[in-house]
Design a protein around this ligand. Structure first.
Ligand SMILES: Cc1cc2nc3c(=O)[nH]c(=O)nc-3n(C[C@H](O)[C@H](O)[C@H](O)COP(=O)(O)O)c2cc1C
Length: 190
């Protein structure tokens, strides 16, 4: 199964870096998964200004960066989205990245990982994200992993400082494997 791990924060010195490293390391342990990190900071997508709706773009996008994004998403069976919460919502770069595409997302699965510097763990961002993903035809697995005070739970290199989140991420990834395979069958049918 081809799994894309989407790093949603593009901020300088982002806290998410350590969480993303941990998620990449956990997902890499799963036999049969081919992992690719899709870092929105590196992918450098322009803001969506096109007059057409992505639904009608026929996979023809106005920039190389978006063409590249489209191809990467098209190739994947499933996603793990690692996101902070900004003002009780999902971060703008993530929403923009989701909005750029449409058919590439359809009938795929996603697991959501939220984090924060405070006690919220990104839960409101994650729950908003579910609504947008539902419209894009991405099925989000039940188990979310939310990490409050990520700076106290992971070192900068992504090493967990305790085992608080091991159970949660294991369930998220297990559900992602099941749903990713189920949706592959759905895509093969159509
Ligand atoms: C614009 C902005 C809004 C924020 N709003 C929230 C929020 O609503 N809830 C929360 O728990 N943390 C909020 N924070 C704090 C973030 O949890 C913290 O800055 C974290 O480091 C963001 O992740 P990042 O560094 O990977 O971007 C906000 C941060 C920023 C920059």
């Amino acid at each position: 199964m081809k799994v894309g791990i989407i790093a949603a924060s593009i901020r300088d010195h982002r806290l998410g870096e350590r969480v993303v490293k941990w998620v990449v390391s956990e997902a890499s342990k799963i036999t049969g998964w081919e992992i690719e990190l899709l870092d929105l900071k590196e992918l450098n997508l322009p803001m969506l200004t096109d007059a057409r709706q992505p639904f009608d773009m026929n996979r023809e996008y106005p920039s190389e960066a978006v063409m590249n994004w489209s191809q990467k998403i098209e190739q994947k069976d499933a996603f793990i989205i690692v996101t902070p919460e900004y003002n009780h919502g999902l971060p703008a770069p993530l929403k923009n990245a989701l909005d750029w595409l449409y058919p590439e997302w359809n009938d795929k699965a996603a697991a959501l990982v939220g984090y924060s510097i405070g006690i919220g763990g990104g839960i409101r961002s994650v729950e908003q994200l579910r609504l947008t993903l539902a419209h894009l035809g991405v099925a989000t697995v039940q188990q979310v992993t939310t990490i409050a005070r990520a700076q106290d739970n992971f070192s900068e290199d992504g090493t967990p400082l305790n085992d608080n989140f091991n159970g949660s991420i294991a369930r998220s990834l297990s559900q992602l494997g099941d749903w990713g395979r189920a949706l592959l069958a759905v895509r093969q049918k159509s």
